[in-house]
Each structure stands twice: as C-alpha cells, then as structure tokens.
Design a binder for this molecule. Structure first.
Ligand code: FE2
Length: 221
C-alpha cells in the first residue's frame, strides 16, 4: 500500500491504493546459479532427433516454433535447473501462505523460437504453478506477455495513458538466466521473435505432492 500524492492543481484527497486480489508472478535471476551450456547442448540433441511438433509448416502460429516432448523432467541435464526452480516456486507458495508439503515438476519442455516465431495465447491445464527459464535470448526476440484475466471487458474505457491499472497486456523482457514463475491459469503468450537468432527457453508445470490441507487430502503418485 502506498499513499497517492497529488499530481495536479485539482482538489486532492489523500487516499491509499488497495491491491485487492492481485495476481502475483515472480522473477528470479538464476544467471549465476545455472550453467546454460549443458542444457542448450541437450536441447540441440533432442531437436536433432525429434520428429514431433517440429516446425509444423501448415500451422502459421507454429511454423517457426519447435517444442520438445513434455517429459524433460527426466532429463539429467535439466536436473539442476528444475531443482532450483522447484525451490523458487516453493518459496513463493510459502510466502503466499498456502498449505502444502512439497512441489514436483510434472511436465517440462523446451521451446525454440526462430526469427518470426511466436507463441499464441494459452494457459497451462492440470497444473498449479508454471515457470519459464530463458536459456538464449537474442536481442529483439520478443516479450513474455501476460493477459489481464479479469472479467472487466464488458465496460472498459479507452485509455488516455497506459498504466499498471488499465493495461490489458503486461510484458516481461526475457533475459538469459531469468526464471519467471506464475499461476498456471494466467493466460500468456510470447511475442514475435523479431531478432536474428533463436530464442530458447525451458518451461515447466508444478503440482503439490503429499498432504495439501485436510488430513485426508493428498496428492500421491
Ligand atoms: Fe505457456
């Protein structure tokens, strides 16, 4: 909460902004923690061997995108990244005050976006928290964009200026080593790669394991 200061000579009545039901996403810097080299080499190997979901030529939004299979959580090369990411995600859930024992990566995949590639608006089903870690980010390769999920479109004024309160899309600039953790239900997309190189990221989904609240409620394998 912060006190809003007067910005004009109009009558001003001091007030507080109340962040009611904010949507929280988190950015972690793993640049000094995770060595991207082995991960990039493994992604390159997987891409060379892949025949699935690769550069589908007849589907325009996907034609410059390659996505691996979604079980990379079993890849040894990704273990340090996913271990750190799980610790990061657990820390934000505990800060938010949720009851759970532990988190587990249930799906993990790599994305390679060539120049011209983008990723359409979507959310992640069957998941509590999601994350994306940026391994290679050439200049101009596109923002990660989150879309306002609130049902306010039935009466939305035109914007005079864009602010955090009226933005419909909020973009995060990707950086190599950046990990973004967000609620899986939050709609997001990736802007067009307008750079000259490939943007490479690793995405994952997390679910709680063990007891999740009531004594009889639990997630188990
Ligand atoms: Fe996604």
């Amino acid at each position: 909460m912060r006190i809003v200061e007067p910005e004009s000579d109009r009558p001003h009545y001091p007030h507080h902004e109340l962040a009611i039901f904010p949507t929280l996403a988190y950015a972690f810097t793993l640049e000094d923690t995770i060595d991207a080299g082995p991960i990039l080499r493994r992604i390159s190997e997987l891409r060379s061997a892949s025949t699935a979901l690769t550069d589908e030529p007849d589907s325009a939004p996907w034609q410059f995108e390659w996505m691996s299979s979604t079980n990379l959580q079993t890849e040894p090369a990704l273990a340090p990244l996913l271990s750190a990411a799980t610790v990061c995600a657990e820390s934000v859930l505990r800060k938010e005050g949720w009851e759970f024992e532990s988190l587990e990566v249930t799906e993990c995949w790599a994305n390679v976006s060539s120049p011209g590639g983008s990723h359409r608006l979507h959310s992640h089903p069957n998941s509590l928290l999601s994350g994306v870690w940026f391994a290679a980010v050439p200049p101009g390769s596109g923002q990660l964009e989150f879309r306002d999920p609130r049902p306010s479109g039935w009466l939305r004024l035109d914007r005079q200026t864009t602010t955090a309160a009226n933005a419909q899309v909020i973009g995060v600039d990707p950086q190599e080593g950046l990990l973004v953790v967000f609620p899986s239900w939050l709609p997001h997309s990736v802007a067009t790669n307008r750079g000259n190189g490939e943007r490479i990221s690793v995405a994952f989904n997390l679910m709680p394991t063990g007891r999740i609240g009531f004594p009889t409620a639990s997630f188990t394998r």
